[in-house]
Write a new protein. Structure first.
Length: 99
């Protein structure tokens, strides 16, 4: 994949799968790269970096995706939002953890 844009619908689908698919979570828990490959996610470098940073931020905040049913993915990953807003969201989440 050579395009460096963030595909919001793809990230939304990945987040939904992470919250609802126990098989995905069981692989991703120990090998996120392997899970992405096994479940057909061909992410570009920017998307991949975001996914790994987001996962780290959630882990540091002790957020368990299978218990986080209240996350509003439509608001988080609205297709018409600026993808750079995801960086701001992630930075905010990381900052909250450090506080």
């Amino acid at each position: 994949m050579t395009d460096d844009g963030i595909r919001l619908p793809l990230l939304k689908r990945l987040a939904e799968q992470a919250m609802t698919d126990a098989d995905f979570r069981s692989v991703a828990r120990d090998d996120l790269s392997g899970a992405l490959e096994q479940f057909g996610y061909d992410l570009n470098e920017r998307e991949r970096a975001f996914v790994f940073r987001f996962r780290q931020a959630l882990e540091e905040a002790n957020v368990d995706l299978k218990l986080a049913k209240e996350i509003d993915l439509d608001a988080l990953l609205a297709e018409d939002d600026d993808p750079d807003g995801l960086e701001q969201l992630l930075t905010s989440l990381e900052h909250q953890h450090r506080s």
